[in-house]
Design a protein around this ligand. Sequence first.
Ligand code: NAD
Length: 293
Amino acid sequence: RAKVIDGKSVAKQIRYEITGEISRMKDAISIVPGLAVILVGDRKDSATYVRNKKKACEAVGITSYEECLPENSTEQEVLKLISGFNDDPSVHGILIQLPLPCHMNEENILNAVSIEKDVDGFHPLNIGRLAMRGREPLFVPCTPKGCIELLHRYRIDIKGKRAVVIGRSNIVGMPAALLLQREDATVTILHSRTKNPEEITRQADIIISAAGQPNMVRGSWIKPGAVIIDVGINPVEDAKSPRGYRLVGDICYEEACKIASAVTPVPGGVGPMTIAMLLSNTLSSAKRTHNFK
Ligand code: NAD
C-alpha cells in the first residue's frame, strides 16, 4: 500500500522551523516579519482564508495587517492601499485575496504589488522569471511550492522523472509545471481539452493534479509505483456528514493507494502546505530586506 505523504505534519514541522527563525531574527536585529492582507468584498470563503492566514501568522510570530474593503470599492482605493503597504517598512509581504470583485482588473492590481513583497508570487515579473532559464523569481506561488517541498521532504527524486501536471491555472497548474521543469523533470501538462488523458498519466512517475474534478484520476490511470500529489479540494455530497458534504481530491484515493508508491490525502496533504509556504515566503522577504542570513 502507498505511503501517505502527510502534509499536515510536514507543515507543522515547517511552522516550527519558521518560529525558531523568527525568534532568532527578533533577538539579533529586533525585526519581526510583517504580512499585509487585503480582502475586497464579502465572500465567506475568502473571509475564512484570510482569518486562517492571520491565525497562522500570529502562531509563528509574524505581525499581520489586515484591510477589508467593501465589495463596491474602486480599483483606485485598492491601489492606494497597496501603495501604502509597498512603502511601509514593517510590511514584508502583501497578499491580495483572490478572487477580486469582477469590476476590478486583477492584472492591474497584482501588478501594483512591489515584486519585493509579492509573497504570493503572482506578479507577472516573478512568474516570468520562474519560466525563464537562468533567472530566479523572488517568490514562488505557495501551493505549487508546497507540492515540491513535500516531494523534497519525502526525498522523492524529481530529476529526469516523467511528471504530469493536470490543470494549467495561473495559480497552481502552470507554476507547478514550471517548478517541476526547474527540478529537471520532463513535464507534460494536461487540461480540459486534452485527449486520452489516461494514456498520458499512465506514463508518469509523478502526478500533480489540480483540476478541481472529484475522483477524476482512477487507479487505472496510474503507473505502478508512481508518486501522486493531489491539489484538488472538491466538495461532494455526503448525507452522513453533519455539513452535508465532504472534501475529496482529484485522485480516487483508495484506488491510488493500491497502485502508487506515495499519495497525498485530501484533506491533510497539500492544503496545510500552502499556508506554511506563505509564512516561509514572508520570512524570506524580511530576511532579504534586512540582509539577515
Ligand atoms: P482552475 O479551475 O482555475 O483550473 C483548473 C484547471 O484544470 C484548468 O486549467 C482546466 O483546464 C483543468 N481541468 C479541468 N477539468 C479537467 C479535466 N477533466 N481534465 C484535465 N484537466 C482539467 O482551478 P485552480 O484554482 O487551479 O484549482 C484547482 C483545484 O485545486 C481546485 O480543486 C481547488 O480547490 C484546489 N486548490 C487547492 C489549493 C490548496 O491549497 N491545496 C490551492 C488552490 C487550489
